[in-house]
Ligand binder design. Structure first.
Ligand SMILES: *Cc1c(COP(=O)(O)O)cnc(C)c1O
Length: 373
């Protein structure tokens, strides 16, 4: 089945209920009845360990990424932390230097205290950073906010030869446009808060594994015992969102490319970061490992923070807010959002291009650049 069909039908167990709903029910019960023999007839005991609505979402996401299993967490950050907590003290981890800021902060402020060693590197020159005790390589592509592209095949070839686990944060591309497990990655991580949920109303995260091996079992153990599980209601909302993932992504993709091309020719724009533009340094790799570029872009406005903020404040449709992947377009000044330690230039604006009519989006930026017109 194609991804469009899987997004709507995957994971549905229509035979397990006395009624016959087309849509999987929201199962809020935290606890499940034992039978006369003291067993759990449906395999469910307590919602932290497992819940039918979560199972539904987990099997749906596993199908979408082409993996054997998935674990859904209370946020993308909780999913990432479970991966690190599945490692052993003394393990060395390679992460990209332009990684999602929240996970960077988690690594620097929390995980290093647990005696994990991290190297923040440019994934393009990965080889020289691998050590005998390197256990995991984290990939984020396209990256946040500069839309850098990492060569997934090259990284997984290298990692596999050395027995290193690879994880790919696939939040920006989604399985609609990028299939890391097929490119050799062991685990895919998602902030389902973004495109998979798709409507900016549910926080969540997921780890999908290519093989249900011992390392995935450890992640599952951290999830079950640590308790950072996605609530049944958030599973329900995410399942509702995921049904339209494929068709939303096609509009996000088309809109973002049009907007990137329009911005590139604008007299008040210095540079546009979008992997679909032929001038982008990762363009060829992106074309070889993605079937679309997604809805994210960033650009540098001529000037500094003042010019950037003025543009944002002149927008009527684009909302000034963090996050991404919802149907509505957002624009954000990353440097002030990220605060001290941010590498984002003061004149950089990140855009999550929504699925509104592209003419209206371009029209809004046109008037925001030149409000006196
Ligand atoms: C938002 C985001 C995260 C973190 O996810 P939360 O759900 O906010 O915890 C991780 N990676 C990327 C690329 C993100 O955009």
């Amino acid at each position: 089945m194609r991804i469009d069909t899987l997004a709507i039908h995957a994971g549905k167990d229509r035979n397990s209920s006395r009624v016959s709903p087309v849509i999987a029910p929201l199962q809020l019960s935290t606890t499940f009845r034992r039978d006369a023999a003291g067993d759990f007839p449906d395999g469910y005991m307590y919602t932290r360990h497992g819940n039918p609505t979560r199972t539904e979402l987990e099997s749906c996401l596993a199908s979408l990424e082409g993996g054997e299993a998935a674990a859904c967490f209370s946020s993308g950050s909780a999913a990432a932390m479970a991966v690190f907590q599945a490692l052993q003290p003394g393990d060395h981890v390679i992460v990209p230097e332009d990684m999602y800021m929240g996970i960077q902060n988690m690594i620097r402020q929390v995980m290093t205290r647990w005696k994990l060693e991290f190297s923040f590197v440019d994934l393009g020159s990965l080889d020289e950073h691998i050590r005998p005790h390197t256990r995991l390589i984290w990939v984020e592509t396209p990256s946040n906010p500069l839309m850098k592209i990492a060569d997934i095949r090259r990284i997984t070839d290298l990692a596999r030869r050395k027995g290193i686990v690879t994880v790919c944060d696939n939040t920006f591309a989604t399985p609609v446009f990028q299939r890391p497990l097929e490119l050799g990655v062991d685990l895919v991580m998602h902030s389902t808060t973004k495109y998979i949920g798709g409507h900016s109303d549910t926080l969540g995260g997921a780890i999908v594994c290519r093989k249900k091996n011992e390392f995935f079992d450890r992640i599952r153990q951290v999830q079950t015992l640590g308790g950072g599980v996605l609530s049944p209601f958030d599973c329900y909302l995410t399942l509702r969102g995921v049904k339209t993932l494929a068709c939303r992504m096609r509009v996000h993709d088309a809109n973002a490319l049009r907007l990137a091309q329009w911005l590139k020719d604008h007299s008040q724009v210095e540079q546009v970061f979008h992997p679909g533009l032929p001038g982008h340094p990762g363009h060829d790799i992106a074309r070889s490992q993605m079937s679309g570029y997604g809805g994210m872009l960033a650009f540098l406005i001529k000037g500094g923070r003042t010019e950037a903020m003025n543009l944002i404040n002149n927008c009527r449709l684009f909302v000034h807010a963090t996050s991404l992947g919802g149907v509505e377009s957002l624009i954000e000044h990353r440097a002030s959002q990220e605060g001290p330690g941010s590498h984002s230039p003061e004149n950089l604006l990140r855009v999550s291009v929504g699925i509104e009519a592209i003419e209206d989006l371009i029209g809004d930026l046109e008037q925001a650049f030149d409000p006196s017109r």
